[in-house]
Design a binder for this molecule. Sequence first.
Ligand code: BGP
Length: 476
Amino acid sequence: MTNNEFPKGFLWGGAIAANQAEGAYDKDGKGLSPTDIIPMGKERFEVFFGKKNPFEHEFSYYPSHEAIDFYHRYKEDIALFKEMGFNCLRTSVAWARIFPNGDETEPNEAGLKFYDDLFDELLKNGIEPVVTINHFDTPVGLTKDYGGWRNRKLVEFYERYARTLFTRYSGKVKYWMTFNEINMIQHIPLFGGGMMIEPHENKEELIYQAAHHQLVASASAVKIGHEINSEFQIGCMLAGGSVYPNTCHPDDVLKSIEANREQYFFIDVQSRGEYPRYAHSMFKKNNISIEMQEGDLTLLKDHTVDYIAFSYYMSRLISADPEVMKTIESGNVLSTLKNPYLKSSEWGWQIDPVGLRVTMNELYDRYQKPLFIVENGLGAVDTVEADGSINDDYRIDYLREHVKEMKNAMDDGVELMGYTPWGCIDLISASTGEMKKRYGFIYVDKDNEGNGTLKRSKKKSFDWYKTVIQSNGSNL
Ligand code: BGP
């Protein structure tokens, strides 16, 4: 075997998340998740960036309330995943299904039962569940009553929630992730940290304080999980994508190092087990002080993650020159300068397959733990032809080029355990709330306004991905 062949037992599948797929937002005792109180499009960004308070506004349409109704249709969807040859599916548990307000002492049995049934159905079809414990899904009750992750109490609530999942699903789930895209708390604190930040507050300090609580909660979950089942593989999850310097000017290079540290900070703690020296130095320079409790640092040190999961959609570009930075295109949660060598998606996300290889090498060099690409893909508008076919060659091209670079990275020596392209079935976009921004191999008949039959149909990429999996990545 050469290094650029996918290993036997490689995890091939797809990824979704409860809050963007399930719908049934108030069924069987579920409490509210952040995504249930925010609208679509422009207004969504106003909420993200603190211009509109979702508790004070009634919006006309909440896309997550029904989403793609995975809650009721998962059997049909799993049958299609099986047909594609998936041997794993990444999904998340909606915390508010298990603890509706977040702070209860007893879990909601109906919520637990739903995931029992879902995991059983997956296993019955030869598909291993890969579970994110918190995918942008801190219960709204914890935002209202405690201010979200700024409050240390959330560590305790999360521990109870994680322990409940580990105990209940010990025989069904082996692969776990503690927090989806943990670094996104810096950009969308409501999603990432269940936090609303007032303009007069010290945003940076609050975010790092909340991040400390999450890092402690994550390490604690690793500890609890391994105690319950030593076979568990528990990973962190980073919104990845290297930040390149805009030019070879040394100041730009330095700037890109700083920008990369902003994201790697979280994983440095989760994987290496301690706050990096650059973080201490940055806190000092910016007058940030983090409250820690006795035992926190030992916990972080002793309970590091087993693998490094990350999402990869694009690389980014940064400059040290404020004038250049003025040209940055906004409208996305993560902003970047335009890279002249790259094309962009319809949503302005710059397509950079080689960037995946770069990111993989950087992550592996830094942590030397197996990598798991748990999100990747192209959000695009699909057209249903008169005969019902959907010819998404652009998606096939995108994915093919990325899989090629995964092989190149493995050939560089990187250890890769699995690949679950994002939104393997169309679902609600996290950033814009749209349905029209589709990632799937499976089309879902629903539009941005919520109209449609929810009927599922296969896109051209469905058969392409099936062949890729069947050939263990050799036929692209
Ligand atoms: C990541 C999230 C996902 C997902 C994806 C695609 O940030 O973990 O939940 O949605 O990005 O982004 P979008 O839905 O905004 O296109």
